[in-house]
Ligand binder design. Sequence first.
Ligand SMILES: [Cu+2]
Length: 145
Amino acid sequence: MKHMITAAVIALSAGPAFAQGTPAPEGAMVYFIGLEDGTVVDSPVTIRFGLSGMGIAPANMEMDNTGHHHLFLNRPPLGEGEFGAEELTLPLPNDETHRHFGGGQTEVTLDLPPGEHTMQLVLGDHNHVPHEPPIVSDVITIVVE
Ligand SMILES: [Cu+2]
């Protein structure tokens, strides 16, 4: 009896799924309103998201020059996490450290334990993928008393 050898074809050579990212206009910015690096707060803390040069659209709604907010919480800056630069071209995860505001929300109130909490805002397109170039805020560390 002859055995056939079947080669598993693994498409390792495929490029990023979103090689052409959603373009962001020059000068667009996301930023924290009223919070900066080192700000001391009480919990619960309300975190307000600022955006200039672009508009907010809910997730899954494809419109030029829009996106929705994501809050990175206690993880490395975009592009410096577990998946490195690859995460610039992939949908952002949705978990405790990656909060999505796909309804178009521009603030959130969080119960945070005492201590330091590092955060960054990242705008994502209708597919939750960062724009090209990525629209990200400064990384700030707030101190919860
Ligand atoms: Cu999202």
